[in-house]
Structure formats: C-alpha cells, structure tokens
Design a binder for this molecule. Structure first.
Ligand code: AMP
Length: 234
C-alpha cells in the first residue's frame, strides 16, 4: 500500500535543478526568475564568492585571485561551499544551482552528497549562446559605481554616454567584464563545462535552451522543458 493509501501524504521529493551556461548567457537572471516561479532557493556560487570577497572573509581571500584571472576556484573550496549551502533550511524544498557544478569532480561530489540525502539531480538546463555573442554582451556591460545601476552600451545605454542616468556618476566596467578576461573565462571554463554536460547527458538529464531569445522567452522555454521531461530538444 502506498503512503497516500494509508491516508498519509507522501513527502514531495526535494527538487535539485542545475543551470549550466557560460558567462553572459543570462544564467543568473534565469535562475532568479525560476527560483521565484518554482518556489526554490537560488544558489549561485559566483554570487557567494563575490559576496565573500567583498566581506573580506577567509573564503573570499582564497577565491579572489582565481576569479580575477578568469580561472575556476579549486574544487575542494567550491564543493565545501555548496555543501554548507545545501544544508541550510532555505534549501530544504529544493534548489536551483547556478554555476555549480563547473567540473566533473564537482558533479561527482554533488551526486555523492545528494545520494547520501536520498535524492538526486532532477534535470540539467543548458542555456546555449554562441561565444562571439557572449563576448559582445559581457564586454558592453557598464555599471554605476555609486548606485549599482547596470547599463549596456548596445542594448541599454545611458541617455548621456558614459554617465549614470540616476546620479551623474561616470560609469565603469567591472574588471572581470573586460574583453580579455571574458575570453579567458570562455576558453578556460568552456571545456570543463562541456564535460559536466556530458556527465549528465549520459543519464539523459540535459535539456538545451536557446539563450539568444528575449529573457522572458528563455524563462518560458525552461519552464516548459521542466514540465515535460521527455522534451526531445536535449
Ligand atoms: P559566475 O558569476 O557564475 O560566472 O562566477 C564567477 C566566478 O566565480 C567564476 O569565473 C569562477 O572564478 C568562480 N566560480 C563560480 N562558481 C564556481 C564553481 N562552481 N567552481 C569554481 N569556481 C567557481
């Protein structure tokens, strides 16, 4: 007899969704939107590392040099960070992992961690955008150092070139948005990302989504894909 047959509700399985995409593909934006729509926690290792660097913690000190070069932070550090985050109460109903795993060793560590909690990765969404489009998107980003408002030279320019609409401060480019750093990130992080996709493709878990579409269309396509696990677009 099932749990439901005994008059008890079977517990809902914890949802573990992975969003895999290169820098500039809109991974963070999509993960935030999906987290809200699906009621899941959004865990972004890049955001957690940046927060730790700003706060000057031991974790930030360990991660900073790797991030500045466009390299991955060593697996041991990233795996420990995600282990802590998965244990937090907010993560109990399920999570969208944004930017983790980035290597097969991280994927294997995640799989083992989840197996120990009697759960597993449910689906992996790969947001795909050609490299030249990614470079154009990221290298065109500018930000106001005073109020944090983001701009884009092509798609969202300020009304007066180089100056924030809100407070008139001169706009800046983040160090890791510089074209040479973006190209380094794509070159160094692309191959391990493909290996992570291959790892989950073997288990039939990967679904690809065209990241060149408008932001809301990408979100809708991901939601449709999650609702229909047999989607042939994989
Ligand atoms: P992101 O915001 O996801 O592009 O991440 C920014 C930077 O943080 C990356 O370029 C890496 O240096 C580092 N990082 C984020 N997630 C990971 C991870 N899972 N493993 C190693 N490094 C990471």
């Amino acid at each position: 007899m099932t749990d439901a047959g005994r008059g008890r509700m079977a517990p809902r399985p914890r949802r573990i969704l992975l969003l895999v995409a290169p820098v500039g593909a809109g991974k963070g934006t999509q993960a935030r939107a999906l987290g809200e729509r699906l009621g899941l926690a959004h865990l972004a290792t890049g955001d957690l590392f940046r927060g730790a660097v700003r706060a000057g913690t031991e974790l930030g000190r360990q991660a900073e040099a790797f991030m500045q070069r466009g390299d991955l932070v060593p697996d041991q550090i990233s795996v420990a960070l995600i282990g802590e985050q998965l244990a937090l109460p907010d993560a109990a109903p399920g999570v969208i992992l944004d930017g983790f795993p980035r290597t097969v060793a991280q994927a294997e560590a995640l799989d083992a961690m989840l197996a120990g909690q009697r759960t597993a990765v449910e689906q992996v969404i790969s947001i795909e955008v050609p490299d030249e489009e990614l470079v154009r998107r990221v290298a065109g980003r500018r930000v106001c150092p005073t109020c944090g408002t983001p701009y884009h030279l092509d798609s969202d320019p300020p009304s007066r070139p180089g100056v924030c609409d809100r407070d008139g401060t001169a706009l800046v480019q983040r160090a890791d948005d510089r074209e040479d750093v973006v190209r380094a990130r794509l070159a160094r992080q692309g191959p391990p990302m493909q290996d992570v996709l291959a790892h989950y493709r073997q288990r039939g878990l990967v679904r690809s989504v065209d990241g060149r579409q408008a932001i809301h269309r990408v979100t809708e396509e991901i939601l449709r894909t999650l609702a229909d696990p047999a989607d042939p677009a994989a």
